[in-house]
Ligand binder design. Structure first.
Ligand SMILES: [Zn+2]
Length: 912
């Protein structure tokens, strides 16, 4: 459909709709003599407002007809205001702002946000064009009532009870009781007649089921076609009924239409055509057409044919009939476009994927149309629960000075580019309270293309200021800067609304700056927004930052990784709180944790809980694990005692009351029976006395059932004796891509179980449940696999990636490079040092690798995977010689140690 086009000349990073010349001002509009023009100007603006509301907001640009017009003096015009009031019954100021700029009037339209207090409407509509009978009237339903009707029809359909009550006209009228049904019964009697008398008076009146209409004297057919859709839609959506044309609704006298004025056969045909064209929407499988019967009754005057009465009997409809396509609009291909009835229903009901009974083509066809409107974002549901805590933690709103975030990236940028920090401070002046969030490319963070010519972007979020996106150019002569900045600002704003769920007025003003000149670039037109687009106070700022937290968590960036790690920590805290509820009554427990659950973090939290619940000293709680590196890590994280299994077997632990054992899947019975020893410490038996000692401590044993190594020698009791037991299957604390790898591996292991894994343990893995947990918790990340590489290629790949990470503000302590076998460390170290030395740039400190024991330090870890057991890092490179399918076990090991980035690099198998 042809509609107003968008304007590319305007400097706003918004959807702009140009509506051409419009008369503005109270007096001017009152004086307008061309009422058609007045109405068309009005509807042009209303349609554009509706389209922008439904498409993420934007700006309408109207050329002011009267050159002497001033918005401040003359206002808008009563008819326009009335139309706005109709569109926004609860006030238009929440959505609209006006600004005169020279001879243009700009109308700023905020994105539509469903009212949470009433039935939330996902889109805005001028008119639904869905009618229903309300006793003797046909009512065009409000969007809210139309939604109620749609929901009712949909749920009736889902309950598979198509309640379509047939008209039952064969009741006998009762003498003393009168009901509305009587009118219907009389109408049906009337419908059976074939002969009427001119001016005969009918014995029934209009009702829910009956409507009388007189034929007009002029333009009989066009007039009928004009009113017919309303009545057909109303009767069909209600309970059916009779539209009787040719009877006066006041006197109930039969007039009919003079026979020379109308051709009855043609009239019947016209009516049938008209009804068949009415838009419908079906929730049902059968999808019947509107069921109706048209009958022409002859009207006689003194036995001579005078004319005709036309009766349309409409059956109740299974689903929904529209009088015409809804008066609701969206922006499509930059034009204001009317929605079809189907699109409208799909958007109103937020039909994401086709539910049973609804054809697939609805959703697939409409994705493009609906994509510009707010839709349920695809983020893990847990994100919403924690967005406030995350914002308070990473972006606290304080009264103090400006904060530059993320710190590591700012440090890198400011040290690499002298003057950048000062430049930013002058740019941001006079804002003194707020947060500036840097990224190497905000475009990349919101899913757009990154540009080589951009040094970085910085987003200013401050009280009493609009959001400003500063784009710092490397080459000031590059022409793509404005496009880049505008697109980035537009996309980020869209995401704040659709993904972040921000419902306030928000704008992002793009600003291009260059390192050497503090000036705005010449030729850049300043962008003005209404006052209400500024963040008014701390509350609004927090709300916006929380939306930004959600947007960032759902993207791939340094910020996203930092938020993600915090998010996973919160999830683990929640899980440990839940688990520790059973500390008092379940002193001995086997805790089976699926890969990626981060059982070490869980174990550490549980030790703290033990300390609190039993009011004991840290020294009374003992942590036991297999590897030295893990033991060292745990010692740094907790005040409790931590030893390796070897030391545990060799030492005496007289003061220990409670024991938490971690990574027991790696244990073996070398040095003795660790399980018996632990039991005897936590629950000593007094020999001979026949009664148990009063002391009964906690012995909780964590293990990953999928990574049990030593089949019979682990020292663990057989799976059937690992009781009581809890299985944690829903703790997914890593990127979605990494969780998928683990899921596939577990599936594979379950299908071809190795002899050392017990089938009942594997049975605990259920794909559907695991996927559900992934949807609730997993965040976007990266997983790449490269095969058939040489040692040198592996080293180059890792070096390039690392260099790239450092450029983006990641630190060496975010990275672990893990070899499948510890003995390969030396070989890779040499290759890696060489490769990294080659791409080392100025300012980069020399790369130093650390063993797994240095996990708390600031260096890149390079070690064997076993040495890194129980530990994790944000970025993991897993290096392995190419191996056969059956040996692909390390994939699961590598995956369970990575949080957001996993690179699996397989070396070509060397022929010996
Ligand atoms: Zn239907």
């Amino acid at each position: 459909m042809e509609g107003p086009k968008t304007d590319t000349e305007m400097p706003y990073p918004e959807m702009i709709v140009e509506v051409g010349g419009v008369t503005f001002g109270e007096e001017n509009r009152k004086k307008m003599t061309n009422s058609y023009l007045k109405r068309s100007e009005n509807s042009k603006i209303i349609q554009a407002i509706c389209a922008l509301l439904n498409s993420g907001g934007g700006v309408i640009k109207a050329e002011i007809d009267d050159k002497t017009y001033s918005y401040r003096c003359h206002g808008l015009g009563q008819d326009l205001e009335t139309s706005f009031q109709k569109l926004f019954p609860s006030g238009s100021q929440k959505y609209l702002d006006y600004m005169q700029q020279g001879h243009n009037l700009l109308i700023f339209v905020k994105s539509w946000s469903p009212d949470v207090f009433s039935l939330p409407l996902r889109i805005c509509s001028v008119r639904s064009n869905v009618y229903m009978r309300d006793v003797t009237s046909a009512i065009n339903l409000s969007a809210t009532s139309a939604l109620e009707l749609l929901r009712e029809k949909e749920s009736r359909r889902q309950r598979a009870r198509p309640r379509v009550k047939e008209l039952q006209p064969w009741q006998v009228l009762h003498r003393n009781i009168q009901e509305e049904e009587d009118m219907k019964t009389s109408a049906s009697e009337f419908f059976k007649r074939d002969k009427l008398t001119y001016k005969e008076k009918l014995n029934f009146t209009e009702s829910t089921h009956v409507e009388f209409k007189r034929f007009t004297t002029k333009k009989v057919v066009p007039r009928i076609k004009e009113m017919l859709p309303h009545y057909i839609s109303a009767f069909a959506n209600t309970q059916g009924g009779y539209l009787i044309i040719g009877v006066d609704d006041k006197s109930k006298e039969v007039f009919g239409c003079k026979r020379e004025k109308v051709n009855p056969d043609l009239l019947k045909k016209e009516i049938e055509n008209c009804i068949e064209k009415l838009p419908t929407f079906h929730f049902c499988h059968k999808k019947p057409k509107v069921n109706f019967t048209t009958k022409i009754l002859n009207v006689y005057q003194k036995d001579v044919l005078y004319g005709y009465v036309c009766v349309v009997q409409v059956e109740p409809f299974c689903c929904v009939v529209f009088a015409q396509a809804p008066d609701s609009w969206i922006m499509k291909d930059n034009s204001v476009t009317r929605l079809t009835a189907e699109q409208w229903v799909v958007m109103m009901l937020d039909i994401q994927s086709a539910p049973s009974g609804l054809d697939m083509h609805y959703s697939s066809q409409l994705i493009s149309a609906a994509s510009s409107a707010p839709s349920s974002p695809g983020y893990p549901v847990k994100v919403l629960e924690f967005k406030e805590a995350l914002q308070q933690h990473l972006f606290p709103v304080t009264q103090e000075e400006l904060h530059f975030k993320p710190e590591s990236l700012c440090q890198k940028l400011f040290s690499d580019h002298e003057g950048l920090e000062e430049l930013m401070k002058t740019q941001i002046h006079p804002c003194s309270q707020g947060i500036v969030i840097f990224s190497r490319s905000w475009a990349g963070d919101v899913g757009l293309r990154e540009e080589q010519n951009i040094l970085c972007d910085a987003l200013l979020v401050a009280v009493n200021s609009p959001l400003v996106l500063y784009t710092i150019l490397i080459d000031p002569s590059w022409l793509g800067g404005l496009d880049y900045a505008q697109n980035t600002a537009r996309q980020l704003k869209r995401k704040l609304q659709t993904v972040g769920g921000y419902t306030g007025k928000v704008c992002i003003i793009p600003k291009l700056i260059h390192l050497t000149s503090a000036q705005c670039r010449p030729g850049e037109i300043p962008v003005h927004y209404p006052q209400s687009y500024r963040l008014a106070d701390e509350d609004e700022m927090e709300g916006l930052l929380q939306a930004l937290v959600v947007v960032s968590l759902c993207s791939r960036s340094l910020l996203s990784d930092q938020l993600g790690c915090e998010f996973f920590n919160l999830l683990i805290a929640e899980q440990s709180a839940l688990l520790s509820e059973s500390l008092q009554e379940t002193r001995e427990l086997f805790i089976h944790c699926f890969p990626g659950t981060r059982k070490t973090a869980l174990a550490i939290k549980i030790m703290e809980k033990i300390k609190d619940s039993f009011h004991c000293k840290p020294k009374e709680i003992l942590y036991v694990c297999e590897s030295d590196s893990l033991k060292d890590f745990v010692i740094q994280q907790t005040t409790c005692q931590a030893v390796t299994r070897k030391n545990f077997m060799q030492g005496e632990f007289l003061k220990t009351k409670h024991i938490v054992m971690d990574e027991t899947e790696n244990f073996c019975s070398k040095y003795g029976d660790w399980y018996m020893k632990a039991k005897n410490i936590t629950h000593p038996k007094v020999r001979g006395a026949g009664s148990e000692n009063l002391h009964h401590g906690v012995l909780w044993i964590f293990l990953d059932p999928f990574q049990v190594h030593h089949a019979d020698v682990s020292g663990l009791p057989p799976p059937s004796a690992q009781f009581p037991r809890k299985t944690i299957t829903n703790g997914i604390h890593c990127a979605l891509e990494i969780a998928k790898v683990m899921k596939e591996e577990m599936k594979r292991i379950k299908e071809n179980p190795p002899s050392n894994l017990s089938p009942d343990t594997l049975a605990l893995f259920r794909e559907a449940a695991y996927e559900e947990a992934m949807c609730a918790q997993a965040l976007p990340g990266v997983c790449e696999t490269k095969t058939n590489l040489t040692t040198e290629q592996i080293a180059n790949y890792v070096a390039e990636r690392c260099h790239n990470f450092f450029q983006r503000g990641y630190l060496p302590k975010d990275i672990a490079i893990l070899c499948r076998r510890g003995e390969d460390r030396g070989r890779y170290k040499l290759a890696l040092l060489k490769a990294m030395g080659l791409i080392e740039t100025q300012g980069t400190a020399e790369v130093v690798f650390s063993h797994a024991t240095g996990v708390c330090g600031s260096r890149i870890i390079l070690d064997g995977i076993q040495q890194f057991s129980g530990l994790e890092r944000n970025i993991v490179f897993g290096i392995s010689p190419e191996c056969a399918q059956s040996e692909e076990f390390p994939k699961l090991c590598f995956a369970s140690r990575a949080i957001k980035h996993l690179y699996l690099l397989y070396e070509r198998r060397v022929a010996f």
